[in-house]
Design a protein around this ligand. Sequence first.
Ligand code: GUN
Length: 280
Amino acid sequence: MAAKIIDGKTISAAVKEQVRAEIERDRIKAGLAVVIVGDDPASRVYVNNKKKACELCGIQSFEYALPAETSEEQLLELVDTLNSDDKVNGILVQLPLPKHLDEKKVIERISPLKDVDAFHEMNVGKIMIGNYAFLPCTPAGCMELIRSTGVDIAGKECVVIGRSNIVGKPMAMLLLHANGTVTVCHSKTHDLPEVCRRADILIAAVGKPNFVTADMVKPGAVVIDVGINRMENGKLCGDVKFDEVSEKAGFITPVPGGVGPMTIAMLMRNTLTAAKIQAK
Ligand code: GUN
């Protein structure tokens, strides 16, 4: 039987509408600074989408588009300026940065109170112990998508493929906080298909097109595809082989239109949270 498609566009629109309504109701002033260095076309698309979402939610957005040859000192100086700007509640430095810039150093320079990506060590630590203001955007978006299925995470076998700091690791933490039994797989995992087949909830965050095939999926499973891979023909493709897995899974997210829009919606929610914290 064909899987139900989890509609990230509709669910993300509802989250953005909640944010918009709260900002309007409580007359909150919220501002997000987005910094982009260089001219990576994918980053440009993401940044434009973030700007559009800000407009929709009533969040003021400030864009800083810097040339690829920007020095680390210049970038850190900009971060310092934004840290002390009261109109800026959230700061997002679009990754990846050009190779000559140290991403870690830049992220750690962002004030943890304005770190709406939740990439700063302090926020990562808070996520680990389950005491956090900012949710990591992509994993938090995945959680909303899982909740939308009505499947209760508590006690379920949850398998995360990929162990990145941005997705895999925080995803595992959020599932654990929701009382899932969590396994994280990676390139050194023995018999990865067998581990995946145990999953009631399977999260693919590998960055390899069509990596998850139907033989790796338990019938009826919830399959969340975090992959956004650009194919040679220009089309986007997820980490999951959608055509065959959608015949076996219970629920599945499409690419595009699944996790992608949720990440941005959660960023809007974090920016609102930042504005509220800083107003106190
Ligand atoms: N590049 C790809 N995804 C993200 C994200 O969520 N935040 C930032 N800052 N850069 C990214």
